[in-house]
Design a protein around this ligand. Structure first.
Ligand code: ARG
Length: 271
């Protein structure tokens, strides 16, 4: 009986929206294997926040996103779904935060949101078309934006191409840079490799038409819970969004990203 108490708590793979103890698996719940970075260098990396739902100590941050026009932020559809019910959910007092490298601080600006478009083809069950567009209530002219990938830019997704992914994670960690924006470089993987790693079942199913994978074959570098919706950038182009994965930075379980080139027509209609 005493042994039971020593068993490690199962690491939840839930989105940051899920209710879970904040002390659980903190070390794994940020960009893994990367380094602290700054919104000064990447001012289009934004945090998406709801203090009412996610608390005050990290500005209410629960997802990442990318500013693509002065009023539009591209992020993941699943950021607006309840992890426990699998249903779309309201995010009260939704804010987009720009220029806040340290998410526990009050640098930068917090912009109220006018509306959220979730790709109508998104499925919580299969994770396909995991993209949403958030419209800001106040335009952020003068804040640099990132260029959305073009539909034809297929070469950016070739296996071996290195992308950079950015995020804050969703819990207050004990590590040195826990509250700072982090980024990590990860190579894009061949679709066949990813399909083998995610054949369906408990690990999830990879759909090459709306997703791509990135990670080292030995693991070690990855996005993680709370980085969701955050940008993956190749050659200055927003090519992907942090979508899902089994665990974080595990061998044979790469990070899965929204394949924006395939969805960019629908996204552009919202801009
Ligand atoms: N679904 C997670 C979130 O809501 C993102 C998980 C990404 N996982 C990974 N191993 N790359 O934050």
């Amino acid at each position: 009986m005493a042994l039971l108490a020593l068993l490690p708590v199962a690491v939840s793979t839930a989105a940051p929206g899920a209710a879970q103890p904040s002390w659980a698996a903190q070390a794994e719940r940020r960009i893994v294997g990367g380094a602290a970075d700054s919104t000064v260098d990447h001012p289009w990396v934004v945090a998406i926040a709801s203090r009412l739902q996610f608390g005050y100590n990290r500005s209410g941050q629960f997802c990442g996103g990318a500013l693509v026009t002065p009023t539009k932020v591209v992020t993941a559809a699943h950021c607006f779904y309840d992890e426990t019910t699998g249903l779309p959910t309201e995010r009260p007092e939704l804010r987009v935060i720009l220029g806040r490298t340290d998410i526990t601080g009050d640098e930068g600006v917090e912009v109220p949101v006018q509306g959220v478009w979730v790709d109508p083809g998104y499925s919580f069950q299969t994770n396909v078309r995991d993209v949403a567009v958030v419209t800001l209530a106040e335009p952020q002219h003068g804040n640099p934006v990132v260029a959305l990938v073009g539909q034809g830019e297929k070469a950016l997704y070739r296996a071996g191409v290195k992308g950079t992914v950015y995020g804050w994670g969703d819990t207050v960690g004990t590590g040195r840079y826990a509250s700072q924006l982090h980024s990590v470089q990860v190579p894009i993987l061949d679709n066949a490799v990813c399909a083998a790693d995610y054949p369906g079942g408990p690990a999830g199913r990879f759909d090459a038409s709306t997703m791509f994978c990135a990670g080292e074959s030995n693991g070690g570098r990855d996005a993680c819970q709370g980085d969701s919706g955050g940008p993956m950038v190749v050659n200055g182009r927003l090519v992907g969004l942090v979508s899902w994965g089994t665990g974080c930075a595990e061998q044979k379980h790469p990070g899965v990203y929204t394949r924006l080139a395939a969805l960019v027509d629908a996204v552009r209609r919202q801009l």
